[in-house]
Design a protein. Structure first.
Length: 115
């Protein structure tokens, strides 16, 4: 696979590591549904403390999946889809490679049956 199709490995690794935690996936779902929210608002919807939400948001922010912007005394978080889009493109490319390999194996197996 070419470097271009592989994408930025560190960015993909960071996104996949961030998405490995179910609480972080829930946070992304909530932010996607609400548009933007504060850590306090998000904590009200999850069975974890506000401090835990802030830590999870920091991981998501480091992975490029969310961004926080200060509005007065609050920090409002929103989804940043670019990193997720890049990871989805990498996964689609990987899946396409496997589809080609499996199609080739099938073609070879069918040719061997015809012999």
């Amino acid at each position: 696979m070419t470097d271009e199709r592989r994408g930025d490995g560190a960015a993909v690794d960071s996104v996949l590591a961030a998405l490995a935690d179910p609480t972080r996936r829930q946070l992304l779902d909530l932010l996607a549904a609400q548009g933007e929210a504060t850590a306090t608002t998000l904590a009200e919807r999850l069975p974890v403390s506000r401090q835990a939400v802030v830590k999870h948001l920091a991981v998501l922010d480091a992975a490029g999946l969310v961004s926080g912007s200060r509005v007065g005394r609050e920090v409002r978080y929103a989804v940043r889809p670019a990193a997720l889009d890049a990871t989805a493109r990498w996964m689609a490319s990987l899946a396409a490679d496997w589809d080609r390999r499996l199609a080739n194996i099938k073609r070879i197996a069918e040719a061997a049956e015809d012999d």
